[in-house]
Design a protein around this ligand. Structure first.
Ligand SMILES: Nc1ncnc2c1ncn2[C@@H]1O[C@H](COP(=O)(O)OP(=O)(O)O)[C@@H](O)[C@H]1O
Ligand SMILES: [Mg+2]
Length: 240
């Protein structure tokens, strides 16, 4: 039984085919990595799943219900949350208020939303920053804030776009541990990850994209050895 189903998703930008007939299913409770060189179409795929882009062709379904062409708000209410590669916290708001934005998609009770925001900040290890302004956070802390905001929407599936990207080396193990914990708690996760070592350490299944196409889907060791994947990464800094 699949929770998230992506079938034949194609997205064009003028002459560029950013996603080309991408098809895969994610079962409830899976943690799946998405890899591929820069420009492979990874972020575009997340935009198509989360409703920020409407694919030109294909369908996305959550638990059998169509998500394609719903607004991002609607997709979020159906249970798909995402973090952004380019971080966009509300700079003028406090950390807790940013997370409340997520919680308020599920409740209109502000006090309840505030309690939930604090609970998620505790879970992601950012509680002591609750009253700080978002603009004062380090990149690693902003990644945790993005996660807390996504989780506060009570998602069934979370899409993580480069959660370790741009983060200092010291903060990476903690972020990976957090992803592991969320997965162990039953959350379904799809994570774009540039760092092959990170993704093979956490995911038991990897999707590899290249030039808009899904070129491999399987266990990390098999995907890393796949000739098409090796070729896609030729000349790039890539270590399995
Ligand atoms: N909004 C956009 N307008 C035009 N081209 C885009 C847009 N978003 C992405 N692209 C192009 O689509 C391709 C895939 O981009 P992207 O999904 O960001 O790749 P990745 O996340 O794998 O690095 C690239 O060629 C990129 O330049
Ligand atoms: Mg990207």
């Amino acid at each position: 039984m699949s929770l998230l189903s992506v079938r034949g998703v194609t997205k064009r930008f003028g002459g560029i085919i950013a996603n080309r007939g991408i098809t895969f299913n994610i079962a409830a409770g899976e943690l799946v990595g998405v890899i591929g060189p820069n420009g492979a179409g990874k972020s575009t795929l997340f935009e198509c799943i989360s409703g920020f882009y409407a694919p030109d062709e294909g369908e996305v379904e959550l638990d059998g219900a169509r998500l394609t062409r719903l607004s991002p708000d609607n997709v979020c209410r159906r249970g798909v949350a995402r973090t952004f590669q380019k971080l966009r916290p509300f700079q003028g708001m406090t950390v807790a208020e940013n997370v409340m934005v997520g919680a308020l998609t599920r409740t209109h009770d502000v006090r309840h939303a505030r309690d939930q925001a604090h609970e998620w900040l505790r879970r992601v290890g950012l509680l002591e920053k609750a009253n700080a302004h978002a603009r004062t956070l380090s990149t690693g802390q902003r990644k945790r804030l993005e996660l807390a905001r996504a989780l506060a929407t009570q998602p069934r599936v979370v899409l993580l776009d480069e959660v370790t990207g741009g983060v200092d080396q010291r903060s990476i193990p903690g972020l990976i541990e957090l992803v592991r914990e969320l997965h162990a708690g039953g959350l379904t996760l799809l994570m774009i990850e540039h760092n092959m070592r990170v993704v093979t350490a956490v995911a038991r299944r990897i999707l590899a994209l290249h030039m808009g196409e899904l070129i491999a889907d399987g266990p990390p060791d098999a995907v890393a050895r796949d000739p098409k994947v090796v070729e896609a990464y030729l000349g790039q800094a890539y270590t399995a």
